[in-house]
Design a protein around this ligand. Structure first.
Ligand code: ATP
Ligand code: MG
Length: 645
């Protein structure tokens, strides 16, 4: 099958109704969101004003003076109707190690955790740092914090002691959650010991008063009397009911750090009303959630994708959400598909990087499993190149599932651009059209003027506030204004380049800082990478610019090769040609560097800023690499590039 340019929904009328509803949602956002907030959430008391503030002043507030509790939305309100349904389905590192937690049981566990925290002095407004592996307890702790009004700051369990220490200090967090150890891909990770090192670092010393420790493996750990508390024991003796704190719509719900792809991670703050509505509505719309669905997002809870689409969004919608402790490669590359078959997931949500790496192992793997329960497949994190989209759609979805390409950021709380299954068309490689309430525009990067019409490119911006927009950066409102609000006054600036195609569909071309400018031609990194990945030899590709005497910028492409392909001069020539024929001679890469892996953030994104430094020979100013999965790859690439130049 060759890839079609567009896959329309079965009926045009549904696309028309999307257009009408979208137009309504942006022409009168207060009316639209006021009504949605009433229909979709339960409020203890109503608001005075639906929305106030602007991007210009960075003072946005939603549902002003409205009162609600996010944990109540996700747990309590389902008890009467579906208390016996499974809320969380968990699978551990070893296949078949499965736990199910019903809504009723979840409520009891959340309440015991909440009461345990209160018994130790945790109060509304306190920040609670959470450094847990993918245990059910991550969700329990997040919900318990929401219940008592504490602000959680979840740190992905792959982070180092330095990164944790910085985050404890930045939030001045007296409360800390971890587990004895974690399990991932057959390996044991000494989380408590890493936490001890973090709490002992100079920046964090003396800040944490209580360190709550869950048991995951029963392995040996260090112990500080007076500070450390076994959480399973403390919870077990608590009353399994705890009333919900009545929260203001604008009370903080959580802090979360961005992935750190472009620099020092930003501590983004989300608030109660707007976030809860955004996670609920976008989860429902993007994945067509229905009663009885088993929704599987295989991200980590420590990223925005996990916060919104493992915990808050699915639970608020009352479906079963899946939590996965392991990796797609453990014990073998069929793990995801084996789980789809065993659990009969209705939706499956992952990142292009996972799709590309599984695609390298061919179609036979997924074809061994029954994947017929799937209705919707989702992708997030980076532009998905059409080649990987096609594999996802054909081989995993058997051409029967919708593939939703969801564009969002830590800062946007949830999806802001993406197709809606069965409603709007799919276009491989394009994240398609904005969600309700999101008014996207294309700006001229230099003048900041809106570019009208279709078949245009520039930078992406959003014209008016939506409920999920982050309200500030932790302890640094100035940075919030500088990064998002000031570059183009009056607009929210996500930092991504964009093309609006002839049909008005949106294509993310890459980070604005990464756009290639070769002899005056502006070329999106995503376009070059797609051309490379379309070649069977290439598994992953990252295109970056480096200073070039004649052209201004040259293009350097780092690639990892598919199983069975060897690095050779002929292959490099062939890859160069592949880009040349696909885009044009001006886009021919100057350097192609095959390697065993690429520097990835721990959330699985390629860190181009590091690749740029390496290609430019600026190896003494590489910058923050604390969010890098495997730092040793940096030196390997430095040596390779020096060998070529
Ligand atoms: P930092 O902000 O610290 O540099 P980050 O931007 O990688 O890190 P996230 O908030 O996890 O942190 O990622 C958001 C970014 O990911 C978006 O700005 C965009 O560049 C990219 N992205 C996410 N989803 C998509 C998608 N569906 N298509 C294209 N790009 C996407
Ligand atoms: Mg970002």
């Amino acid at each position: 099958m060759t890839l079609k340019e567009v896959y329309p929904p079965n009926t045009d009328s549904r696309f028309d109704s999307y257009k009408a509803e979208h137009a309504k949602s942006i022409s009168n956002p207060s009316e639209y969101w006021g009504q949605k907030a009433l229909e979709e959430l339960e409020w203890f008391s109503g608001w005075d004003t639906v929305m106030q503030g602007s991007f210009l002043h960075g003072d946005i507030a939603w549902f002003v003076n409205g009162k609600l509790n996010t944990c109540y939305q996700c747990v309590d309100r389902h008890i009467e109707k579906r208390g016996g349904d499974v809320a969380i389905l968990w699978e551990g590192d070893e296949p078949g190690d499965v736990k199910e937690v019903t809504y009723k049981e979840l409520l009891r566990r959340v309440c015991q955790c909440a009461n345990a925290m209160k018994s130790q002095g945790v109060k509304k407004g306190d920040t609670v740092t959470v450094y847990l592996p993918m245990m059910v307890e991550v969700a329990v702790v997040m919900l318990a914090c929401a219940r008592i009004g504490a602000v959680h700051s979840v740190i992905f369990a792959g982070f180092s002691a330095e990164a944790i220490a910085e985050r404890i200090a930045a939030a001045n967090s007296k409360w800390f959650f971890t587990s004895d150890e974690g399990k991932r891909g057959g390996k044991t990770i000494p989380l408590k010991n890493i936490s001890d090192n973090a709490m002992a670092k100079d920046v964090a010393k003396g800040i944490v008063e209580k360190c709550f420790v869950y048991k995951r493996t029963g392995g040996k750990t260090g112990w500080t009397e007076g500070r450390d508390v076994w959480m399973d024991e403390l919870s077990a003796v608590q009353r399994p009911y705890c009333p919900c704190e009545i929260m203001d719509s604008e009370d903080p719900l959580f802090i979360l750090y961005t992935s750190g792809s472009t620099g020092r991670p930003k501590g983004v703050l989300h608030t109660t009303g707007g976030y809860t509505l955004w996670s609920h509505v976008t989860a429902k719309n993007s994945f067509d959630l229905k009663e009885g669905d088993k929704f599987a997002c295989v991200a980590d809870a420590g990223w925005i994708t996990g916060h919104t689409y493992i915990v808050y969004g699915p639970l608020s919608n009352g479906v079963t959400t899946f939590m996965f402790e392991s990796t797609p490669m453990y014990p073998d590359v069929g793990r995801y598909w084996d789980m789809v078959q065993r659990h009969k997931f209705t939706q499956f949500y992952t990142a292009p990087t996972a799709i590309r790496s599984l695609m390298r192992f061919g179609d036979d793997e997924p074809n061994r499993y029954d994947l017929s329960s799937l209705r919707v497949l989702g992708t997030v994190g980076e532009p998905i190149n059409p080649e990987a989209w096609r594999w996802y759609y054909e081989v995993i979805g058997k051409e029967k599932c919708s593939v939703v390409d969801t564009y969002f950021q830590t800062e946007t709380a949830g999806h802001v651009i993406g197709n809606l299954p069965g409603v709007t068309p799919m276009k491989p490689g394009s994240c398609t059209l904005p969600h309700f309430g999101v008014e996207t525009v294309v700006l001229d990067a230099q003048t900041g003027k809106e570019i009208e019409g279709n078949g245009v490119d520039g930078v992406l911006a959003i014209k008016q506030p939506w409920p999920g927009i982050t309200r500030t950066c932790l302890g640094d409102h100035e940075r919030y204004l500088n990064v998002y609000m000031k570059p183009y006054p009056g607009y929210y600036f996500p930092g991504d380049g964009v093309t609006r195609d002839k049909d008005g569909f949106i294509w993310i071309t890459g980070r604005v800082d990464d756009v290639l400018n070769v002899s005056g031609h502006r070329i999106g990194t995503a376009e070059v990478e797609s051309a490379l990945v379309a070649h069977p030899a290439v598994a992953q590709a990252a295109a970056i610019g480096f200073p070039h005497d004649i052209k201004g910028q040259g293009i350097c492409c780092y690639t990892t090769l598919t199983n069975g392909y060897e690095e050779s001069e002929d292959l490099i020539k062939e890859l160069r040609n592949a880009v040349r024929t696909s885009i044009g001679p001006f886009a021919t890469p100057d350097m192609i560097i095959p390697s065993s892996s690429l520097p990835m953030t721990r959330s699985g994104k390629i860190m181009r800023r590091i690749l740029r430094k390496i290609a430019s020979g600026e190896t003494d100013t590489i910058g923050d690499i604390t969010t890098l999965g495997d730092p040793s790859i940096v030196q390997i690439l430095i040596d390779k590039v020096e060998g070529v130049m």
